[in-house]
Design a binder for this molecule. Sequence first.
Ligand code: CA
Ligand code: CA
Ligand code: CA
Length: 384
Amino acid sequence: MQPGMLARNRVVGTSAGTLWSARRSRQVHFSSLSSRRFMSASIFGVVQVLVTLCSGLLGEVRAVAGMQAANGASSTQHAFTTCFARVGLIMSLSTKRVQWAFAGLAVAWSAGCSSTRTADEYIRLAGTGALPRSYVCCATKSAPTIDGKLDDPVWQSAPWSEDFVDIEGDKRPKPAFRTHAKLLWSQEALFIAAELEEPHIRGTLKLRDAIVFHDPDFEVFIDPNGDSRNYFEIEVNALGTIFDLLLKRTYRDGGPAIHAWNVEGLRVVTYVDGSLNHPADTDRGWSVEMAIPWKALANLARTPCPPREHDVWRFGFSRVEWPTRVIDGYYETPEGSREDNWVWSPQGVIDMHRPERWGYVVFVAAAMASEPPTGVGGDARSRR
Ligand SMILES: [Ca+2]
Ligand SMILES: [Ca+2]
Ligand SMILES: [Ca+2]
């Protein structure tokens, strides 16, 4: 029989004398018990350390998600400092009951500390470009004419996004050429427009689902329910060639990326304001106009599709720009050169496949006050 068992058996008595005897026995056997208690307390302490560390780090990860790397350094430092302080506190405690109490407090402390700091950080970072951007997507009664030209009256009522910035944010230079985008939606489709300033418009890829970003391109990323699963990517070059794919998970989570998946009913048209693949002159840029039917996304959206009033989806917009040189009258990308990635909402790292850092698009059912009555949009082209 173990000493501890003997001690517990002796407590099973009703007289004060028996109880006193049992307490004395427990004291007598304390040295034998202490090693077991020490072992269990140590294991318990290790578990608490792991719980505290995980809760602290998860809180910090949540806090810095979507923020830029410059802020990430101070947040990581903060995470380790606070976690180790908590670990030290827990390890210094001796009894299980107190340890349990403080373990609960430590977890609550992690969550509370993170959320408080997050709020502070968000306030401090607001307006610095470090947070994911947001865009209010208004409804439209009249669909724009998908011809690549953005002169439809309905587009005039939709606000432009912020100018695109480098994918890494403020630590990289401002893009050489302006890019911006705008959105509208109806009960049938999502409409996307983009303008890309470009003095040398070029493109070579013509086959659907070619790796379009090997040309300069414009890219749309959509994660309807924001869970970084089952999200969509559409790339288009100046020729209007489409590369659309479904990501079951991010590449870092193993993908796969399904290139054979197509946006059923997708309409994409580009408009070249200048000349295509003609180095002798200087171009102004190109624009993209796109209509994505909701029904093409509905079975993978995991959220109402079309969205409801005030639903929020995650969106990424990106532009790939390659260095260009002219050889024998043709554009080409210098061998070994790296592309620029200019984006609407900075990712902080060179990786668009981090949906948790994309911007937020809020859908509102109200049309813009300046939107013309239904039917006017179709006449816009002829007036140009
Ligand atoms: Ca148009
Ligand atoms: Ca998703
Ligand atoms: Ca495809």
